[in-house]
Ligand binder design. Structure first.
Ligand SMILES: C[S@@+](CC[C@H](N)C(=O)[O-])C[C@H]1O[C@@H](n2cnc3c(N)ncnc32)[C@H](O)[C@@H]1O
Length: 266
């Protein structure tokens, strides 16, 4: 793991966290086509949900001046927030996703750090922390939610807000089930799924003209609402709003996603 020089406070480096199948190389191959793939369904997810997320942020901190985007991926949300005037730190475990993010963000006041959201430390409290597009579903153990939420709590200034989304069980039962082949502008993506209990593994095969076929594997799980609430309580965070929604204009379903708004304190 790399971060800002000295970004690991003493004691954090050694924190025992389970290795998950979402550690690299997941997203290594997917990163190159990730944004183009999202646009097959309209717009990048972070753009589709931006009005909802901004409303939730505004309810607590107005327009954030400082924001950490956890699991920032290719940086779409980080760039949107920088446009809105925030100084943004984007954190992600995948070097390949961060490479795309740095290209997208060129010249904007965004710092990208390769780090694990379960252990990150940027040393400075911020107005807001976000974590979008079901990134928390990649944590496979409820204890990892607690680790992550504790790090978030340590980074929220008094009155600060944490906004995150999760895939619901409905999303796993529909979006993460049926094999699909998708044709993009310059790629074909085959996705198939294997489920075991609450966990589902997505196998991706990416074909691009002039490139060797590459594969990627992403594992995610659903969490019962009680697990989320318990992990929030363990981190001394309180939910102020929970909304169920479907951001995708072309996909059926009413509660594919949960949007949680959380503040410090009980
Ligand atoms: C579905 S993508 C979402 C990316 C971005 N938030 C978006 O809205 O497009 C999930 C991201 O979570 C990252 N990720 C998974 N586990 C992580 C962890 N433990 N710490 C930091 N990032 C992680 C992956 O590398 C990937 O970029």
């Amino acid at each position: 793991m790399r971060g800002l020089p000295g970004s690991q406070a003493p004691g954090h480096q050694k924190r025992p966290v389970a290795k998950t199948p979402s550690d690299p190389p997941s997203y290594s191959a997917f990163a190159e086509i990730y944004d183009a793939w999202q646009r097959l369904y309209g717009l990048e997810y972070a753009i589709l949900v931006a009005p909802r997320v901004n409303l939730r942020l505004a309810a607590h901190v107005g327009r954030p001046q400082t924001l950490i985007d956890l699991a920032c991926g290719t940086g779409t949300h980080a760039v949107l927030q920088a446009h809105g005037g925030a100084r943004v730190i984007g954190i992600d475990l995948s070097a390949a996703m961060l490479h795309q993010a740095r290209m997208r963000a060129a010249g904007r006041p965004i710092t990208f750090i390769e780090a694990d959201m379960r252990t990150f430390d940027t040393h400075k409290p911020v107005d807001a922390v976000t974590c979008l597009y079901a990134s928390l579903n990649h944590l496979l153990d409820p204890e990892d939610l607690t680790h992550t939420f504790k790090r978030v709590a340590a980074h929220l200034r008094p009155g600060g807000v944490f906004v995150f989304d999760l895939n619901s069980q409905e999303a796993f039962a529909t979006l993460w089930r049926t094999p699909v082949t998708e044709h993009g502008p310059a790629f074909t993506l085959h996705r198939r799924f294997e489920s075991a209990g609450p966990q589902t593994t997505m196998h991706l095969q990416i074909e691009r003209p002039g490139h060797p076929t590459v594969r990627d594997t992403l594992t995610a799980r659903s969490f019962p609402e009680s697990d989320i609430r318990a992990a929030l309580a363990n981190a001394n965070l309180t939910c102020t709003n929970l909304t169920h929604f479907n951001p995708f204009p072309t996909v059926p379903g009413t509660s594919l996603k949960q949007l949680w708004t959380v503040t410090a304190g009980s």
